[in-house]
Design a protein around this ligand. Sequence first.
Ligand code: ZN
Length: 234
Amino acid sequence: MFLNDLILKPITQLFFPTLCHACSNELLSNEHLICNYCMSTLQKTNFHLVISNPVEEKLFGRVKFENATSIFYFSKKSKVQHLIHHFKYKKNIALGQLLARMMAKQLELYRWASDIQVIVPLPLSSQKLKWRGFNQSEIIASEIGVRLNIPVNNSDLVRIKNTSSQTKKSNLERIQNVQNAFSLNNLKAFENKHVLLIDDIITTGATIESCIHTLNQVHNCKVSVLSIAYATDL
Ligand SMILES: [Zn+2]
């Protein structure tokens, strides 16, 4: 701890220091939610540097889409897992917004990003929304929308099926579980538009596939996908 920190920190922080949500080390006074070391070493995918990436490879031949990417790698016990856990399950919205700002910066590196006309968060089932209290993809979508000045549509793509958790299912079970899970309130909302779908973690791609399939029914609707992270070991 620097002398500066001792002087400037409120007394409560000396007894209850604020910790980095990625590594649990104490934060310095100029750090917020994530320490500078973790900020610079988080595992980014840098998929903007490659012609094809594993997220696109997962979706090829299954649905019609333009581009798909994830910003971070997600693996068990990784810093990215800790961060997403704090955001989704401990309801740390400010942390989600910070992740979204990092995502927006990365998204700007993709040439196709300037073509996006509307951002659509992956809807949660009403049951899950009630349980969690917020839709994590909506938080991400809204912050990216503000940063890149792109409108967000939260209402016209809806989840009509209360699907059970995907985590312990086989690939086939995951696909069956989310089939016909989504519907559109208003087809016109996405006609002749390039939509950016926002998801949190892409694992097998079954949920996002089902969602793109629904949007593929809209006339002249182009779909791209952006997720916080791509899971490498689930
Ligand atoms: Zn840290």
